[in-house]
Design a protein around this ligand. Structure first.
Ligand SMILES: [Zn+2]
Ligand SMILES: [Zn+2]
Length: 180
């Protein structure tokens, strides 16, 4: 006396599987692999839009966390990058990695283009225009304004190619974490 169940989305396909979220019957044709078990196409879609949804609060909290970590890590990169291209690029990767971790830890698992661009910009600033480095130029009294500090960073060119490569690697390392 076993009652046969059919897929909610494919009424002629018998199945024993059901969605872990809404418990609708699903079959191998329509089930979507989720973190735990399988979901129906509707719940999988709803979940996807949820993790891609970025609110201003996310940007504020994630931005703050990413900025603090990125500024610290970027400053370490600036100090240690004089020890060679390999060290510079390796630490640049770590900077991007740390920024992405700081953002995802503070706002939860979010992915998608918006958060990618956001993480990329924070990482770029952390390396290319590190606030601590700019501030240290300013306090040395050599430069008197924020603008000249920023210019000093741009002209800081002990191997411009390495610096550009480091920026690219760091941004890539932070952005890849949020790809769909
Ligand atoms: Zn469902
Ligand atoms: Zn189905």
């Amino acid at each position: 006396m076993s009652e046969e169940t059919f897929c909610h989305f494919h009424p002629d396909t018998p199945t024993r599987l059901s969605c872990v979220s809404c418990e609708k019957s699903i079959c191998p044709k329509c089930m979507v692999q989720a973190a735990v078990g399988f979901k129906c196409p509707e719940c999988a879609k709803a979940n996807k839009s949820h993790i891609e949804e970025i609110t201003p609060r996310h940007l504020l909290i994630g931005g703050l966390a990413g900025f603090i970590i990125g500024t610290g890590a970027g400053y370490i990169w600036y100090q240690l990058s004089v020890y060679g291209a390999l060290i510079s690029l390796a630490i640049a990767y770590a900077v991007g990695f740390c920024v992405s971790k700081a953002i995802s830890r503070s706002i939860g698992s979010k992915i998608g283009l918006k958060i990618q661009v956001f993480a990329g910009i924070i990482t770029f600033i952390s390396i290319a225009y590190n606030p601590i480095v700019i501030a240290s130029f300013m306090t040395q009294g050599v430069f008197s304004s924020l603008l000249s500090g920023i210019m000093a960073m741009s002209l800081w060119c002990t191997g411009c190619i390495i610096k550009i490569l480091a920026i690219v690697i760091a941004v890539w390392a932070s952005v890849r974490h949020f790809r769909i």
